[in-house]
Design a protein around this ligand. Sequence first.
Ligand code: NAD
Ligand code: MG
Length: 389
Amino acid sequence: MSKRGVVLLGATGSIGENSLRVIRANSDRLQLVGIAGGSRAEPLAAIAEEFGLRNVALFDDEACAQARQSGLFGEEVNLSSGIEGLNRLATLPDADVVVVAVVGTMGLHPTLAAIEAGKEIALASKEVLVLAGKFVMAAAKAGGVRVLPVDSEHNAVFQCLNGAPDHEVERIILTASGGPFRNLSVAEMAAITPREALKHPNWSMGAKITVDSSTMANKGLELIEARWLFGMEPEQIKVVVHPQSIVHSMVEYVDGSILAQLSPPSMTFAIQHVLLYPERKPGVEQTLTFEDTMNLEFHPPDLEKFPCLRLAREAMEAAGAAPAIFNAANEVAVEAFLDKQISYPGIGELIDHTLQKVDNFEPANLQEVLDIDQSARRMSRDLIETHEF
Ligand code: NAD
Ligand code: MG
């Protein structure tokens, strides 16, 4: 069996590291052929050396120029920067599958470039579909390219669906850990600091998604992601809080049976499933053993305490550009919160205000989506300057 060539965008991040573990353990099936990262050159150089890579992209131009000057990468390495650098990696001739695991919406252009080049997509960056799901999925369909979900909930749904026809599926049920602040009162939430929001009880992840999990904006983004990945109507997607993060999501069939996917809260299970799909091989980590008592709880989400989830659902229902506006405002809000410019409840308030201020319409093409993304970001930044959040 020939090996699948893998390109890893976001190689130094949390998904990136877990992907490398899966690739190392399955070197008979998978061959890493290229990596990209944001601005940290040293860890990229270490990965390039370990895997003998010839193609690396470093998004940050300055960091890239410095790495070139210092000879950090061997002469055999073709190093590129900027969005062109990411696109070059996403379309490498040796690549069969491109793992998109960069933060936020940076992954959009390389995802589209990879689809155009006929590469399979292993999608971790949910923001890509929230921003431009309609156009990304249409491009994938037109090109006959599969978009396989790495996000654990969507990977669980994909596994539980197992190719079932649409008319047999009643709904999908996304589980949410509820984050570290599930049991705080609304008043207590006002004082949450960045340091507190950066600690997740179950998952070890990058900064942005960790804050998103604590506000449940992450589940909101995942609602919209699910809509595009599985072609669901908004009312067919339900969220349930499951603090143990063992059941990663479920599918309810029309006959009332509900199927769930379970594993420990580690991304290697979903990543391996996608990279080897449809083949199954022993995993890189111990799975559940059921040797000890394990309680699994399920609660309805509290939309008053977690307005970001409510706003995301409203944006999904409003459709058009509303999900893109939600996503842009959330990215600006999380950055501003981590920068101590706005309070924790200010994240939801800023998203709410931005959604009210930016006119919603149905974008006719990708450029219109990118324009609205930019104007929503500008609006959010202006609101931070002129309001108290
Ligand atoms: P992270 O912050 O740990 O890592 C992000 C990676 O992206 C790093 O390698 C960084 O160098 C790179 N990067 C940042 N800006 C870049 C740019 N402009 N160009 C190229 N690379 C850039 O983030 P993460 O937790 O690994 O999450 C990555 C994506 O996966 C996010 O969209 C997140 O929502 C999604 N996701 C993560 C998890 C998880 O468990 N961590 C689970 C589901 C989905
Ligand atoms: Mg998830």
